[in-house]
Design a protein around this ligand. Structure first.
Ligand SMILES: [Zn+2]
Length: 169
């Protein structure tokens, strides 16, 4: 098996490992996979944590490791979370955004800049007539909103952008 085939198989597996906080959205589609290194039968996967407040990292690490080690040709898989690279909600793939919507979670806004007003379309009816009910959703990553058009409460993922380099001392 060529290295490219191996990488493809690894990627396919990563697309099946869900984030426990966001069922049915894979760690791959959340943009958490930073780098995959294949060395014969040993795999090293570098991942970036999503929201710092999400406590599920150990759990994700074990899930990814087990899933990859299911592959017949893999002997060992190391999963490392790197803090050197910043995750942002822009890393979420289009498929990931679709999956979020299907579960009533509005994906984070695109091209968001810190300080921008954050408007969210309802994941059910796409209305923009929504309001923030509770900034503190069920997890640190999500907020509760309410849609005035279809009268459904829904969750929205908070936008996270890479910090801009500050000119202040
Ligand atoms: Zn709605």
């Amino acid at each position: 098996m060529s290295e490219i085939d191996r990488l493809e198989e690894i990627t396919a597996v990563l697309k099946t490992v869900d984030d426990p906080e966001l069922p049915s959205v894979s760690v791959y589609d959340l943009g958490m996979v930073h780098k995959v290194n294949v060395e014969e039968d040993t795999i090293t996967i570098q991942m970036v944590p999503t929201f710092a407040g999400c406590p599920a990292l150990d759990f994700i690490e074990i899930k990814v490791k087990r899933a990859i080690e299911e592959l017949e040709w893999v002997k060992e898989c190391h999963v490392k979370f790197t803090m050197e690279h910043q995750w942002s909600t822009e890393a979420i793939t289009n498929k990931g955004k679709e999956e979020l919507k299907k579960h009533g979670i509005a994906p984070p806004p695109e091209n968001y800049r810190p300080g921008d007003e954050w408007s969210v379309n309802c994941p059910y009816c796409d209305s923009t007539y929504t309001s923030m009910e509770n900034v503190f959703g069920p997890t640190a990553c999500r907020s509760i909103l309410y849609c005035h058009s279809c009268r459904n409460p829904f969750e929205a993922m908070k936008p996270v952008v890479k910090p801009q380099i500050s000119m202040k001392k």
